[in-house]
Design a protein. Structure first.
Length: 384
């Protein structure tokens, strides 16, 4: 909805319906259950003793939910390849041809993920006789967020990707390491077809935002975003606990705040660490907040925490959150393996970079931050 609001007035918008067979199956099952429940039972004499049938543990019929959950997992793993939008391909191509007829473009741009978009872009370009550009926000195969894909499916999708991209006129990625991956993956394309176009930020989005600050004298480390999969940051809590045991005078000043969803398994481990490290008065978790407030929190933070996903292609990962942090203008504590994101932070003198798992390094940075509270952070970070 937020993206739609950014489309200028007068720009035509073409919609294609996404087939949803799962919803139709669920609706049919629910309708069948309702009809069964609405059928009056045959007249019988009242029982002379109470029923001894055990109720369902969930208080109702649970087998349809279990069956649908199993079907959902199997469908996602074995049928919806490369992603959940694959059934959208046909409707999107048909609607896209209408858009081509009306708009008369000279080139087609397909942005992924979703990776089905690339399939649609290639087919639409072929049908319309136009060149097309594949725009990668994340990599299709080998991306750190798709490490769950099993080996057999990864090989299948790699073949799909090569066939789809065979007709592309250009391939865009958001970082040079990702561009290198694509060059190696698609050697049949000329070198000039590969272009690195990084993300950016709009300072105007933060210009009128009033910073949401903490209590005077406190140093607030703020994380704005989700914690899931291999984006965890446990080492920050371990480092904070170790530092506060050595320097208990920092306890009244340090605050670590997380704003956004947390995967259940990560939340459980965070709770354990918070207790073990005696940080219950230091660390606080908040649910998702509106985007405007998120910007206010970022702008009012003393330090912004950035955790880069780890995996095979982590060197090319540049989180979109980095650019929000740049617009907010606050120092960044980045937990990341070597790659594009640490390079940007170091070159711009934007904060501190520590390797994943290095509790000692994070503890040193925290000590530096807390011991230098009388000095403006901008002086610590940006002066030569």
């Amino acid at each position: 909805a937020a993206t739609l609001q950014e489309i200028p007035q007068g720009v035509p918008l073409y919609r294609a319906a996404l087939p949803r067979p799962k919803e139709r199956i669920v609706a049919a099952i629910k309708a069948g259950l309702k009809r069964r429940d609405a059928t009056p039972p045959p007249a019988t004499a009242a029982p002379s003793h109470p029923s001894t049938a055990a109720p369902s543990p969930s208080g109702g019929i649970s087998w349809p939910g279990r069956i649908m959950g199993l079907m959902d997992r199997l469908t996602r793993r074995y049928l919806l390849i490369p992603d959940d939008l694959v059934l959208w391909t046909g409707p999107a191509v048909r609607r896209g041809l209408q858009a081509v007829k009306d708009f008369q473009p000279t080139v087609i741009l397909a942005t992924a993920p979703y990776f089905t978009d690339l399939i649609i872009g290639a087919r639409l370009a072929q049908r319309a006789g136009l060149p097309w550009i594949a725009d990668y926000r994340d990599l299709w195969t080998g991306d750190v967020l798709r490490e769950w894909v099993p080996g057999w499916r990864r090989r299948l999708e790699l073949g799909m990707e090569r066939r789809v991209l065979a007709t592309a006129s250009a391939v865009l990625t958001v970082s040079e390491p990702k561009t290198q991956v694509m060059r190696q993956r698609l050697p049949h394309l000329p070198a000039e077809a590969f272009i690195t176009l990084t993300n950016g930020y709009d300072l105007e989005e933060f210009a009128d935002i009033t910073p949401e600050t903490g209590d005077p004298g406190q140093v607030r480390i703020v994380y704005a975003g989700r914690l899931f999969k291999n984006r965890r940051g446990y080492e920050l809590l371990e480092a904070a606990g170790a530092l506060l045991r050595e320097r208990p005078e920092y306890r009244q000043r340090l605050r670590i705040e997380y704003y956004g969803g947390v995967a259940p398994e990560i939340a459980a481990q965070m709770e354990v660490l918070t207790s073990e490290q005696e940080l219950t008065d230091i660390v606080r978790f908040f649910p998702d907040v509106p985007y405007q407030r998120s910007k206010a929190l970022q702008k009012g933070a003393d330090v912004l925490l950035l955790i880069v996903d780890r995996g095979e292609t982590t060197s090319g990962v540049i989180p979109g959150k980095l650019f929000e942090y740049l617009a907010a203008g606050r120092p960044i504590l980045c937990i990341a393996a070597e790659g594009a994101t640490p390079d940007i932070i170091r070159q711009g003198r934007l904060g501190w970079v520590v390797p994943p798992g290095d509790v000692t390094a994070i503890k040193t940075v925290l000590d530096l931050i807390l011991s230098a509270s009388a000095v403006p952070y901008a002086c610590l970070l940006y002066t030569s």
